[in-house]
Ligand binder design. Structure first.
Ligand code: NAD
Length: 370
């Protein structure tokens, strides 16, 4: 990989995947020309498209392409109405998504929520609580904590009661690597990191807080604060504008990232990134919209392509170090929204300047703004 040339596996998947991927590729191509980098983007089937093409949700050739690539730009997979007899472990959600997460050691999940002022009405909070606009990044640890800790079992006690055990466990190495991701992301944003824990009750919380504080010393330009998770859940609703980056362990991040997502107006606006290890300056990453395949909209030019387009921007920033180009795409999205372009999911008939547009026209407006 030369410093300005990157290989991308583009896996559109099912439902609205191909339509929104087409728009994301269009925007990335426009950014390429403007910012002087090149993407070798190769498309391959995954999900039901993989099953139809090669009999498997994640065909060997698709997996091989991912291994040769610097990042994966993913659409979504799964069609609930197709073949209910296919066993769970062969269905796309498991066979493709979980396999990729495991294969590439993706340990950090990034979920930005940006609500432009122009979409204030799409947010469940009153405009007075939205300040100048909500702009939060939740960084969630993805492979440790309660979801994976051992022992994890359900048994029966001598008195006949059943008893279930989950174990919350973190090592300093695991906390350190996710803390670095959080601080590095904050450095590219508004330079504030709020680390979430439950240090008043959990041993894990104490270790989390101590370790994050230690790592924070390497990032003096980032202001670090600590907050208990219960308070963070409340503050996200009361005063979301106080947050820049929220750094969370796995379960807290699972919950808070969905709470934050609810502030974002529509699933169609929310991108995500899952990052693996960094080798030679390149961080392998998997980039996908937060939403699914939206079968109700598929093939009708109705889906919002913004989540997919912003996932492409995250890829430029976090895997390729092209922050300027990523910001330009994000600004172009805001401009298209400010100009009144609205797909159905964010259309509000009471807005005098709003113009209902399709998937393709939204992509075109973003390319034009870029
Ligand atoms: P969904 O996210 O596909 O749809 C939920 C609602 O959000 C629908 O009303 C849909 O129209 C809307 N929506 C989602 N994305 C949108 C967009 N870009 N623009 C406008 N509206 C959008 O969730 P679901 O209906 O529960 O799931 C459908 C399928 O997607 C299932 O098979 C599910 O397993 C799969 N899924 C896949 C992923 C993934 O690939 N990562 C994630 C979630 C769901």
């Amino acid at each position: 990989m030369s410093s300005r040339h990157f290989k991308v596996a583009a896996l559109a998947g099912d439902g609205i995947g191909p339509e929104v991927m087409r728009e994301a590729i269009k925007v990335l191509r426009a950014a390429e020309t403007k910012f002087g980098f090149t993407l070798q983007m190769t498309e391959a089937p995954v999900g039901w498209a993989g099953i139809d093409a090669a009999g498997k949700a994640l065909p060997e050739a698709t997996l091989a392409l991912c291994r040769e690539s610097d990042a994966i730009l993913f659409g979504s997979v799964g069609l609930p109405d197709r073949d209910p007899t296919l066993p769970k472990e062969e269905r796309p959600e498991r066979a493709a998504l979980l396999r990729i997460r495991k294969e590439f050691g993706l340990f950090a999940n990034l979920r930005p929520v940006t609500l432009p002022k122009a979409l204030a009405a799409a947010c469940p909070l009153t405009p007075s609580r939205q300040g100048a606009g909500i702009n939060i990044l939740v960084v969630r640890e993805l492979t440790g904590g309660m979801y994976f800790g051992q022992p994890k079992q359900t048994g029966t006690l001598p008195d006949g009661q059943r008893r279930a055990v989950d174990t919350m466990v973190y090592t300093t190495t695991e906390i350190e690597r996710i803390a670095h991701v959080g601080f590095q992301a904050a450095r590219l944003r508004h330079k504030k990191l709020t680390s979430i824990d439950k240090a008043n009750v959990l041993e894990n919380g104490i270790l989390w807080r101590e370790t994050v504080t230690q790592i924070g010393k390497q990032y003096p330009e980032v202001a670090l604060e600590h907050m208990f998770v219960d308070n963070a859940a409340m503050q996200l609703i009361l005063r979301p504008t106080q947050f820049d980056v929220l750094l969370c362990e796995n379960m807290f991040g699972d919950i808070l990232s969905d709470e934050a997502a609810a502030l974002g107006g529509s699933l169609g606006l929310l991108p995500s990134a899952s990052l693996g290890a960094t080798h030679g300056g390149n961080t392998f990453g998997f980039y996908e919209p937060a939403g699914g395949t939206a079968p109700d909209l598929a093939g009708r030019d109705l889906a919002n392509p913004i989540a997919q387009i912003l996932s492409g921007a995250l890829m430029l920033r976090h895997s390729f170090g092209l922050n300027e180009a990523a910001e330009a795409i994000e600004n172009a999205v805001t401009q298209a929204i400010n100009a009144g372009c609205r797909t159905g999911d964010i259309f509000n008939p009471d807005e005098p300047t709003a113009r209902r547009v399709g998937t393709r026209a939204m992509g075109d407006a973003i390319v034009a703004a870029l």
